[in-house]
Design a protein around this ligand. Structure first.
Ligand SMILES: [Ca+2]
Ligand SMILES: [Ca+2]
Ligand SMILES: [Ca+2]
Ligand SMILES: [Ca+2]
Length: 327
């Protein structure tokens, strides 16, 4: 059994991940924990603009009674928790829900109260039934602790099944917004002629910091796109490159004036010195996954441009797309 269980757990997670990817939901409920600081006899009224003391995703609501800090939150007494998200019902039928809590708790499905287990009490159960259609339903659970012991467990009994803690695969919340794509660009105004990459003092601050989706700046004598920089500047782009398929990757930097590329701290392209729009390339074997990337570029004067391209294994040459870059 010991060997089999992790496999089942892994498959379960994989399945849950695939199931949720399409509708942008992830397992678990959003838990908002409020420290209230004074005794409670029933559910508090929380002002809409009050920020929670702790906000996190709880995979299940299966919190044993404790007199210590409440399961990683540091909250001991006089607190209130609101869990929200979706309840994924696998098939139509009559579902029994059970809240066991110290002190009060209550359950809402699609805005309708199913369990009212309020007031001050020990770790006691209360149940409620709901006739539900297969699919996702709005879920809200509230819980408060006055003092001494605190615990809260949310279980169900689906049609024809036995009582169990409602699993994370049935509790969902909207996925966080995907991480911004592109590279972090730091633009430095050097203010004097440059023969090559400048050495910046640690104290030197960029005049501009932004995320550039791609490095795709054709040559111009005007201001460098989106900046006020014309001449005598230096740019450092940093972030991660996501490689889909292991193999030989060719990278290209075409720039006026100099540029260079580092991957995982190793220089892949040297295109330094003063020059017109000239392209240089470098090849590197990369494993699938994330790689640290740094592109440096400087402009002395007159024309300024920088283009960063690649040719992945079995692909054609293109500007490195924002979808594989993260700042
Ligand atoms: Ca307590
Ligand atoms: Ca209590
Ligand atoms: Ca220029
Ligand atoms: Ca130039």
């Amino acid at each position: 059994m010991k060997k089999i269980q992790p496999l089942f757990a892994a498959l379960g997670l994989l399945f849950a991940g695939q199931m949720c990817a399409a509708d942008n939901l992830e397992p678990g409920l959003v838990g908002e924990y409020f420290d209230l600081g004074s005794s409670l006899e029933d559910f508090p009224t929380i002002p809409a603009d009050q920020k929670p003391t702790v906000k996190r995703v709880d995979q299940t609501i299966n919190f044993e009674s404790t007199q210590e800090g409440f399961h990683g939150t540091g909250l001991v007494d006089f607190f209130y928790v609101r869990w929200t998200g979706k309840l994924r019902i696998p098939k139509d039928g009559n579902y029994t829900f059970i809240l066991e809590s110290d002190d009060g708790s209550r359950l809402f499905i699609d805005g309708k109260q199913i369990i009212d287990h309020n007031g001050l009490h020990g770790m006691e159960e209360k149940s409620g039934d709901a006739e539900l259609k297969a699919g996702d339903h709005e879920l809200k659970i509230e819980f408060f602790e006055n003092d001494v012991d605190a615990g809260c467990k949310f279980s169900w009994r689906p049609p024809g099944a036995t009582k169990e803690i409602v699993p994370a695969t049935a509790l969902l919340h909207p996925a966080a917004a995907p991480a911004q794509a592109g590279l972090q660009g730091e633009y430095f105004d050097i203010g004097e002629a440059l023969d090559d990459f400048p050495t910046l003092s640690a104290a030197k601050k960029p005049v501009l910091k932004r995320v550039d989706k791609t490095i795709n700046f054709p040559s111009t004598q005007e201001t460098f796109p989106g900046t006020e920089l014309v001449d005598f500047f230096y740019v450092r782009w940093t972030g991660n490159l996501r490689v889909a398929k292991e193999g030989k990757h060719t990278f290209f930097l075409e720039s006026d004036d100099g540029s260079r590329l580092f991957i995982d701290g190793k220089q892949v392209i040297a295109n330094g010195g003063r020059h017109h729009m000239i392209e240089k390339s470098g090849e590197v074997e990369l494993t699938a996954g994330q790689h640290a990337i740094k592109v440096e570029y400087f402009e002395n004067e007159v024309d300024a441009g920088c283009l960063f391209s690649w040719q992945p294994p079995a692909g054609s040459k293109e500007i490195v797309p924002s979808s594989v870059l993260s700042p």
